[in-house]
Ligand binder design. Structure first.
Ligand code: ACO
Length: 158
């Protein structure tokens, strides 16, 4: 099942003014305001499975040859099939081709599965932005019965 899906995935870049999968983006980042801040300045990739968009990846260039994975999401019914890992590997491949030296990703202290996945993909925790989600998000967010408060920043050298 896993490999069948991965073999059928077609990744393509889309433009900001085209059909952007907001539902997926909002699954990774509940603030439309935040999304609209970075989306126009990012490269947006989607993965299609049998003509349907089922995953998204947003790459935002920072200083010092670093690119940030601002948003990564897989359709709920297809999660845990290796697609997230596949999209992270795709991000690393794209970043390498574009001569970036570091890939950065930020997630919450409460996103336990995501922290596990990113570290399994070779990312290392480099910084904690204390109270980031309390200061920047209007609603309280809970995951795994833990309040989402701090942003854990992870980096991978390429
Ligand atoms: N809970 C526990 N473990 C997880 C989870 C989770 N939610 N997600 C991934 N993992 C771990 C598992 O160990 C998994 O391996 P296994 O299935 O063999 O046990 C491993 O990571 C690989 O997972 P994938 O199947 O490759 O990941 P998936 O396709 O589910 O995509 C993603 C991961 C993108 C995080 C997906 O769960 C998702 O879309 N979640 C909602 C949106 C989200 O939280 N996005 C990230 C926010 S941070 C940001 O965007 C910068």
């Amino acid at each position: 099942m896993k490999n069948e899906i991965l073999n059928e995935l077609k990744v393509k870049e889309i433009t900001y003014d085209s059909e952007v999968p907001y539902e997926l983006l909002l699954d990774a980042d509940p603030s439309m305001q935040a999304i609209e801040k970075y989306l126009p300045f990012s490269d947006i990739y989607v993965a299609d499975l049998r003509e349907k968009t089922i995953a998204v990846l947003v790459l935002f260039p920072l200083e010092n040859c670093t690119v940030e994975i601002k948003n990564i999401a897989v359709e709920t019914s297809l999660q845990r099939n290796g697609i997230g890992r596949f999209m992270i590997e795709k991000a690393i491949e794209i970043a390498t081709d574009k001569q970036f030296k570091t890939v950065l990703i930020g997630t919450s202290n409460s996103s336990l599965g995501q922290l596990y996945l990113y570290q399994k993909c070779g990312f290392e925790i480099t910084r904690i932005r204390h109270n980031f989600f309390l200061d920047n998000y209007a609603e309280e967010i809970f995951e795994n019965e833990i309040q989402c408060k701090h942003m854990i920043v992870l980096c991978k050298s390429i």
